[in-house]
Design a protein around this ligand. Structure first.
Ligand SMILES: Nc1nc2c(ncn2[C@@H]2O[C@H](COP(=O)(O)OP(=O)(O)OP(=O)(O)O)[C@@H](O)[C@H]2O)c(=O)[nH]1
Ligand SMILES: [Mg+2]
Length: 301
């Protein structure tokens, strides 16, 4: 029998290329939120896959982008730091052009410096032609000795087994660091607050979503009058200024109601119970440039 292997695998890449979508596919459940807007993931998220002969610990990271706030800088730092810390790197790019873009080139330089086993995932191939993908593969091949280059579409039944096998090949012998029941470092509170933030991100426009964070103030199980279990959740959506507060609440409270309903429906599915969700909106003036606050998004382990 083969010896047991384990290791940390970082998903890195520019913002919005589909890292979190791929993470969710790899572990077979929704752990990280996915939104068609840049800078969705704010900190590292661990998700664990247990296989017969290995334990793979995935680390989803914030997408690398041009930072416009202290939060953005912290997010970028987190992503950069994950590269030298990983045993294997999954470098995710979008297959929508046939050339390597500037952002990807920067990340590539860091990967070259780290000189770790790296697998290139070319995502979103449903949006490109075979020719484009082929040219992109050739360009990347000239740049680095990737262990494998795997074109996928995270939205259309990606070949997860191929990716997992390729990772396993590149892991070293090691113990299972986590017990089988532990599949993520996200607490229930983290997941609930991220689901609410995801809905706000999806429904709000322009710069409003980038200044939002959600704080869960109460999460308590009780029974309804019909004796059915129900989760009572109270949360505050913080934003950076008064005008944003107005937008989040909306005319006659319409927007907040939509965010609440949308989040509740999703939470009821995730938690498999009825949910009573109460939301408030508060202003925390320019928190995205406040060191004390931004520090919360920096993970030390
Ligand atoms: N067409 C298409 N869209 C995809 C694919 N994979 C992901 N997306 C979409 O791309 C958007 C961004 O996906 P995410 O998974 O949030 O991207 P991310 O890289 O984690 O983004 P950040 O956390 O902001 O760095 C979402 O709207 C996804 O549905 C794909 O294979 N094809
Ligand atoms: Mg993400």
């Amino acid at each position: 029998m083969e010896n047991f292997k384990s290791g940390f695998v970082a998903l890195v890449g520019r913002t919005n290329v589909g890292k979190s979508s791929i993470l969710n596919e790899l572990v077979g459940q929704k752990i990280a939120v996915v939104v068609n807007k840049p800078q969705t993931t704010r900190t590292t998220i661990k998700a664990i896959v247990n296989r017969k002969n290995s334990q793979i610990i995935f680390i989803d990271t914030p997408g690398i982008h041009k930072p416009k706030s202290k939060l953005g800088t912290t997010m970028n730092d987190t992503a950069w730091e994950s590269i030298p810390d990983a045993d294997v790197i999954l470098f995710v790019v979008e297959g929508v052009s046939n050339e390597i873009g500037k952002g990807d080139q920067m990340i590539l330089e860091k990967i070259k410096q780290a000189n770790k086993p790296t697998i290139l995932i070319i995502n979103k191939i449903d949006l490109s032609t075979k020719e484009q993908v082929f040219k992109l593969i050739e360009s990347f091949k000239d740049e680095y000795h990737f262990k494998a280059i795997i074109p996928i579409s995270a939205l259309k039944k990606p070949e997860i087994e191929v990716i997992l096998e390729e990772i396993e090949k590149n892991l070293k012998e090691g113990p299972a660091y986590y017990s089988e029941e532990e599949y993520t470092d996200q607490t229930l509170r983290d997941i609930v607050s991220e689901v609410i933030r995801e809905k706000a991100l999806k429904l709000l426009q322009d710069e409003v979503p980038h200044g939002i964070f959600v704080e869960i103030q109460k999460m308590k199980k009780s029974k309804t009058r019909e004796n059915e279990p129900i989760f009572n959740i109270e949360a505050v959506i913080y934003c950076v200024k008064d005008s944003h507060k107005g937008i989040i609440i909306g005319k006659g409270g319409q927007m907040l109601k939509r965010i609440g309903t949308y989040a509740r429906e999703d939470l009821e599915k995730e938690l498999e119970t009825k949910v009573n969700l109460k939301l408030w909106v508060k202003v925390k003036e320019d928190w995205i440039n406040n060191d004390l606050f931004v520090k919360k998004f920096k993970k030390t382990d």
